[in-house]
Design a protein. Structure first.
Length: 117
């Protein structure tokens, strides 16, 4: 029989929502608390807004945070990859393999040495 998860009841913006999830109930509660905080902030930005408008503002703020975090993660991964390549080049030079770098600058050190065995 398939695991249908457990039922967790959360409060968001004064309303109770039963959430069935296979996620850890504490994690679901933490997510709900986060959404609640975002709803409160959206209410401060638009005090006369109805619940739907507040929810849309909160969702846009959460989406903005997600997109920025995703972009930061991509930038960090790209920066790390560039640094790794530079360290690889420096290591090749330190090990005395500059001629193989000139022959195939885009090949990894492993690929450059594979033919020498």
């Amino acid at each position: 029989m398939k695991d249908e998860g457990c039922l967790v009841t959360v409060d968001i913006n004064g309303l109770r929502y039963p959430i069935r999830s296979t996620l850890d109930p504490e994690y679901v509660a933490e997510l709900a608390e986060y959404v609640e905080r975002k709803m409160q902030l959206a209410t401060q930005e638009s005090p006369g807004g109805d619940t739907l408008k507040i929810a849309v503002l909160a969702a846009l703020n959460i989406a903005d945070e997600y997109f920025r975090a995703r972009e930061d993660g991509t930038s960090q991964r790209t920066g790390l990859a560039e640094r790794a390549l530079e360290l690889e080049r420096m290591l090749d030079l330190a090990l005395g393999a500059p001629e193989s770098l000139e022959a195939e600058p885009d090949a990894s050190p492993l690929a450059r040495t594979a033919g020498s065995f």
